[in-house]
Ligand binder design. Structure first.
Ligand code: UT7
Length: 323
């Protein structure tokens, strides 16, 4: 027994910032960014809060699922960039949508959505509830160093959610891994004002060894797909949709080539979103669902990877009622 996805939803900020917009204050250009990353623009929060984006994504997912906020038994929010350190972003979502169930955040960087699916699956399997809202909400624009052209051009803001119910067969396979490393992709915590703190207090902005993350990303995708297929006893060719973390088009195309899979089966959203960390996967999934591309019985692989270095991957059979 496992979960089924009952509905999905997503939301992007109103303001779309193009590569040309960035070149107005950074020594960069569309000619550098697009061929190396596949990114043309990204949504950046201006007047909207992350709470608001998350709530919009959740309301859309609840509506698609035909579930009311009052029926929810658990809310998990995957985020590393919430509007609040305390309380959890999930608590703000619960208050704004009018839910009264337990709510907490989960931090596994870009792999967070799949980690959250696993936690939700355990909650449902133990009979602790019947309806779980998993939302990934990220405001990367508050974490990046806007003077560092090598990183700030890669990221964007956004939120996406899925409502899970019981009595499904998912996940068919799941794999979470951590190759512990803090420095490769790191945002130091807030410095605070303790008069006793004698440690170094670096700025709370994102720093990354881009090339190392690139290699890790391609390996993470390829190893995960092979491992999931072995676990479930299916061939890679049997997979209908691949929804990988949207960090860089070149990571996606390297993985496609190495796995020998059909490029058309690989979901892509990053051209207009950039890397929205853990929101990438549910946003791409929501777009496929809303475009009617996910048919009942199809096999869908999700692979998220990023800071940690965490990788979260799962194989699902699409079994949303009505599809
Ligand atoms: O969720 C996971 C997040 N991680 C990622 O998405 C990272 C994956 N890594 C990557 O996508 C690539 O490593 C990057 C796209 C970040 C960088 O590509 P690269 O080919 O590894 O470039 P580089 O960092 O080695 O930089 C090459 C040159 C440098 O100039 P010099 O030192 O050779 O003169 C950089 O200063 O390109 C320069 N550069 C830029 N130039 C214009 C770096 N960023 C930019 C920029 N515009 N935005």
């Amino acid at each position: 027994m496992g979960f089924r996805i009952l509905g999905t939803g997503s939301a992007l900020p109103e303001r779309s910032v193009t590569n040309d917009d960035l070149s107005e204050f950074l020594d960069t250009s569309d000619e550098w960014i697009f061929p190396r990353t596949g990114i043309r623009s990204r949504g950046i929060c201006t007047t909207e809060t992350l709470d608001e984006l998350a709530v919009t994504a959740c309301r859309r997912a609840l509506e698609a699922a035909g579930v009311s906020a009052g029926e929810l038994d658990l809310i998990i929010c995957s985020t590393t960039s919430g509007d609040h350190l305390i309380p959890a972003e999930a608590c703000a979502v619960a208050e704004l949508i009018g839910a009264s169930c337990p709510a907490f955040d989960l931090s596994a960087a870009c792999a967070g959505f799949v980690f959250a699916l696993d936690v939700a699956d355990g909650y449902l399997a133990r009979g602790r509830g019947e309806r779980v809202l998993v939302v990934a909400a990220e405001k990367m624009s508050r974490l990046v160093d806007w003077s560092d052209r090598a990183t700030c051009v890669l990221f964007g803001d956004g939120a996406a959610a899925a409502v899970l119910g019981p009595d499904g067969e998912n996940p068919l396979a799941l794999r979470l891994t951590t190759e512990p490393s803090v420095d490769i992709l790191h945002v130091p915590g807030v410095a605070g004002s303790s008069p006793y703190d004698a440690t170094e207090r670096p700025a709370s902005v994102l720093a990354m060894e881009g090339r190392r993350v690139f290699k890790f990303g391609v390996n993470a995708i390829c190893d995960s797909v092979q491992a999931l297929c072995e676990q479930a006893g299916v061939a890679v060719d049997d997979i209908d949709h691949f929804v990988f973390h949207q960090a860089n088009e070149r990571i996606l195309s390297s993985a496609v080539q190495r796995l020998g899979i059909d490029n058309a089966k690989v979901a892509r959203a990053l051209e207009e979103t950039g890397n929205i960390s853990s929101a990438c996967i549910p946003l791409a999934l929501d777009r496929l669902a809303r475009a009617g591309e996910l048919k009942g019985g199809q096999l869908v692989v999700l692979v998220g990877f990023g800071a940690g270095l965490d990788t979260g991957a799962c194989l699902l059979r699409w079994d949303r009622p009505g599809d």
